[in-house]
Design a protein around this ligand. Structure first.
Ligand code: TSB
Ligand code: ZN
Length: 585
């Protein structure tokens, strides 16, 4: 889908369209006040204070109609410049604009306004010359949005829209949008009963339904096996820690705004953990280690809690309660390259299995000039950054460098993917850390019997099971590969009256082979039940009738295919098991 923000002409048009929206809203709601109306990847939005009014679906059409009328009217868009004083005077009755203007630095910004007919807005511009140029636009959706994104502030009404140069572009975009909506994991997750949420549990706290739980368990088994083969040791640790633990790690000082508030129990003060590193540091520190033992790889499927803004939480993709596929790898400095290579190879291996092709590697490095922001050990930084680059080149990975984006404690590699709806997110991550082991006083004994500090690699291949599931739901559009599918096989007796006994026989056999199987013996037409099997995206539908019963065979149809194939029971079992074992899409 086109990124409007990156296209200069479209960016200007969309920005002007946001003003047109505001003007139309002002006509229909004379008391409306306006906060900000930026251009985003998908078009534009405007945050509006409508007093107690809440925008409803039918209002969008009304507003759009008014916008069309105004656009046809064709007023010119005129720029004017003001001093800060004049701007404060001009907008004195508008607390939102006063807030914006007060924070502007007069010396290096010109305060500008744009006027079209009876509407003036504070704005940096630029804009199209006349609203007449805005012909092909559409209001897409609306939502509530707290002023400045802070839940303590008033909830404003946010209206989203998009504008193009031609009707064809607009129509194409709307079609893509429709397809993306169909692919949205929130829709599929509901339709296929994968997860739900409930106000009584809370925002960003999804409940995994039985189908979702199967997917998650399969993902856990899959990655557990891979990690075990690579020498990881898995642990279980509590999803709380004391405030002192997070003071030791530094999270209390640097990550507090992403954490749930603390709670007191007896004489201890706990927090729900946002990360698992501190617990794993303590596990490493529980024993003395020799240089020969390293790397030590501590893995955990660990539940974390993070305070994500309520407007940012999204299905399984961005949650407040998540489960990381986490591990902390304790290595000697000379092992950084080799261990990093193993992590990247694992990422590539997993992505290949899941058929994930559209992703970007982002290598975050320090800004050498910025001595304040980064942990002070130039030699270590240089060595580590060179190693990371070297490994990525060696593995033939395309990546881009983000200078100045490294964490204080070390460089990192993130894998970014694009969800069906909304901006890119990070899936896998691998972060080097020179600092945390020091904060926890960790060491190993080197060749000469001296104490040395290990380096830690924080890594999550799936990221979280939550986000990865969201992504894989969208990648597959809910048609999961056989090994991952909640229901793998649906048995449909042609006529339940005559074929149920044979259907039951096959059902029991498949169950005994640990295959997840359903039997649809409802008294409905075969075609109806077949269609439903398709809608449920079940990989195999078995059609068992006279022929099959008599010859002890199985006729099957794969999801999305029209072809029916008949095989013996033994052949079918081999086929199914092979496909499951391959674990591929
Ligand atoms: C990898 N301490 C490291 C860990 O050892 C860590 O927590 N890194 S993280 O902050 O980047 O989170 C790991 C992964 O969790 C991210 O790459 C991302 O894929 C996933 N993630 C982060 N926030 C959320 C969220 N709110 N909802 C779902 N998944 C999330
Ligand atoms: Zn970590």
């Amino acid at each position: 889908m086109i990124n409007i923000k990156e296209n200069e002409r479209l960016s200007i048009m969309n920005h002007s369209c946001a003003h047109l929206l505001a003007q139309a809203v002002k006509h229909l709601y004379p008391n409306a006040l306006f906060w900000v109306g930026p251009v985003i990847e998908e078009g534009f939005y405007y945050d509006i204070d409508l007093g107690d009014e809440v925008i409803k679906e039918e209002d969008l059409a009304r507003i759009e109609k008014e916008m069309k009328k105004l656009a046809k009217d064709g007023k010119r868009i005129v720029r004017s410049e003001l001093t800060k004083e004049e701007a404060l005077e001009k907008f004195k009755d508008d607390p939102y604009k006063i807030d914006l203007i007060s924070r502007m630095d007069e010396s290096d910004t010109v305060i500008s306004c744009y006027t079209q007919g009876d509407f003036t807005d504070l704005c940096r511009g630029p804009h199209v010359e006349s609203v007449k140029e805005l012909k092909y636009f559409k209001l897409i959706k609306f939502s509530g949005a707290y002023w400045k994104g802070d839940a303590k502030n008033k909830m404003l009404q946010r209206i989203y829209g998009v504008c193009f140069e031609t009707l064809e572009e607009l129509n194409n975009y709307l079609k893509e949008l429709e397809e993306a909506k169909e692919r949205d994991h929130r829709k599929i997750g509901k339709d296929l009963e994968i997860f739900m949420s409930h106000d009584l549990v809370g925002k960003g706290m999804p409940l995994w339904l039985p189908n979702g739980a199967i997917i998650r368990k399969q993902l856990e088994n899959y990655i557990y096996e891979k990690e075990q083969k690579m020498g990881y040791m898995h642990v279980y640790t509590p999803c709380v820690g004391t405030v002192d633990l997070y003071k030791t790690s530094g999270h209390w000082d640097h990550y507090k705004e992403n954490m749930f508030p603390s709670m007191k129990v007896d004489d201890e003060e706990f927090v729900l953990r946002p990360m698992n590193c501190p617990h794993h540091m303590l596990i490493y520190g529980n024993k003395l280690h020799s240089y020969r033992e390293l790397p030590i790889r501590i893995g955990e499927f660990a539940t974390d809690f993070r305070y994500e803004a309520s407007g940012a939480v999204k299905g399984l993709e961005r949650v407040r309660c998540m489960c990381q596929n986490d591990a902390h790898l304790f290595v000697r400095p000379d092992q950084i390259g080799e261990e990093f290579k193993k992590v990247v190879s694992l990422i590539l291996d997993v992505y290949k299995d899941f058929g994930i092709q559209n992703y970007k590697f982002r290598l975050s490095l320090r800004d050498k000039e910025d001595k304040e922001k980064y942990f002070d050990d130039d030699e270590m930084w240089n060595m580590a950054e060179d190693k990371l680059r070297e490994v990525l080149n060696e593995l033939g990975c395309k990546y881009y460098e983000a200078v100045g984006e490294a964490a204080f404690y070390g460089p990192k590699l993130d894998v970014e993917v694009k969800p069906a709806v909304g901006p890119e997110v990070t899936l896998s991550t691998c972060q080097l850390d020179f600092l945390l082991p020091r904060r926890f006083g960790l060491s190993y004994i080197d060749k000469n019997g001296e104490k040395q500090v290990p380096v830690v690699l924080h890594r999550a291949i799936f990221g979280t099971f939550d986000r990865f599931s969201a992504f894989i739901i969208e990648e597959t559009k809910g048609a999961f590969p056989l090994w991952l599918s909640p229901t793998q096989i649906n048995i449909i007796p042609v006529n339940p009256e005559f074929h149920l006994d044979y259907a039951n026989e096959i059902y029991d056999l498949l169950k005994s082979e640990c295959i997840r199987v359903d039997l649809d013996s409802r008294n409905e037409k075969l075609s109806y039940r077949m269609r439903e099997s398709q809608t449920r995206k079940i990989p195999y539908s078995l059609i068992l009738g006279d022929q099959e019963k008599e010859n002890k065979t199985i006729s099957y149809r794969k999801h999305g295919e029209q072809l029916t194939t008949t095989v013996t029971i033994a052949e079918f079992l081999t086929l199914i098991h092979n496909e499951i074992d391959l674990k591929q899409r």
